[in-house]
Design a binder for this molecule. Structure first.
Ligand SMILES: Nc1ncnc2c1ncn2[C@@H]1O[C@H](COP(=O)(O)OP(=O)(O)OP(=O)(O)O)[C@@H](O)[C@H]1O
Ligand SMILES: Cc1ncc(CO)c(N)n1
Length: 264
């Protein structure tokens, strides 16, 4: 039987822990067929991002059309979009596609390297967020996009409302950077779902955000309602963080294949 079809529009992480590579590994692990539209190439490893090169808008559009017009998609996920021009082109492509979209408004890498130009923030707010079925900002991205600073779990509701003002159907505010339990809030403005995971004492967390957003897209491609897709995605990323492993001299990746087991 044909698996559900999921498309990621994101940047390449040469180290294989985040970006397109994390997305495709997640899609395989979760029983879907992963496809990719590359927006940028990064030279990246466990220590940070050493370089980044954007693709021309025409190359991004052409990849997207090649996939959607022939193969089709059941869900789209976006990650690193780099510039205002790319954000706007991708928003327009998603708007013309009959499939749910998970928008991970990637701003900076775990090491603080910029993956989105400051001049692109307004396009994210006014063009990309309105076409999102689910937006998945972390706390730094919430602050950049809305000005709301989250210092505790109690602030998550205010942060979520501020993001919803820009028009995504649902928002998943990730509280992963807060101390204590790893608590995320999913809401559409009327329903609220609190996702509480244990805080795992593992520094090898490269790729958590990409992995979570891709897993949500996989659930949506399978036809799951948003809260079910997010709940399953949270379980998947929690397992992947638990099995995250050391690579290089810095922060290693989460283990996308944690459910598959490893040969001894
Ligand atoms: N140490 C941890 N233990 C358990 N769960 C965690 C931990 N760190 C993050 N999470 C969870 O991982 C998911 C991704 O959240 P996070 O805040 O790390 O995203 P992100 O900052 O966008 O990731 P990235 O750094 O890859 O861009 C969330 O569900 C969050 O609660
Ligand atoms: C290419 C890429 N996309 C997303 C992230 C998430 O931080 C990253 N580190 N690299």
């Amino acid at each position: 039987m044909r698996p559900p079809l999921v498309l990621t529009v994101a940047g390449s992480d040469s180290g294989g822990g985040a970006g397109i590579q994390a997305d495709l590994k997640t899609m395989l692990a979760l029983g879907t067929h992963g496809m990719s539209v590359l927006t940028a190439v990064t030279a990246q490893n466990s220590l940070g991002v050493q370089g980044a090169w954007e693709l021309p808008v025409a190359a991004v559009r052409a990849q997207y059309r090649s996939v959607v017009d022939d193969i089709g998609v059941h869900a789209v996920k976006t990650g690193m979009l780099s510039s205002a021009e790319l954000v706007e082109a991708v928003a327009e492509l998603i708007d013309g596609t009959d499939a749910p979209a998970v928008v991970d408004p990637v701003g900076v890498s775990k090491h603080g390297d910029a993956l989105l130009a400051a001049s692109a923030l307004d396009s994210v707010r006014t063009r990309l967020l309105p076409v999102a079925t689910v937006a998945t900002p972390n706390l730094d991205e919430v602050a950049q996009l809305t000005g709301v600073r989250v210092g505790s779990e109690a602030d998550l509701r205010r942060a979520a409302s501020a993001v919803l003002e820009y028009g995504p159907r649902w928002v998943l505010v990730k509280g992963g950077h807060l101390p204590g339990d790893a608590v995320d809030l999913l809401t559409d403005g009327s329903e609220e779902h609190w996702l509480r995971g244990p805080r795992l004492d593992n520094r090898h967390t490269h790729g958590t955000g990409c992995t979570l957003a891709s897993a949500v897209a996989c659930g949506l491609a399978k036809g799951q309602p948003v809260p079910d897709a997010v709940r399953a995605a949270k379980e998947y990323v929690t397992g992947a963080i638990r099995s995250g492993f050391a690579l290089g001299a810095g922060i290693g990746p989460v283990d996308h294949g944690w459910e598959l087991g490893r040969p001894s």
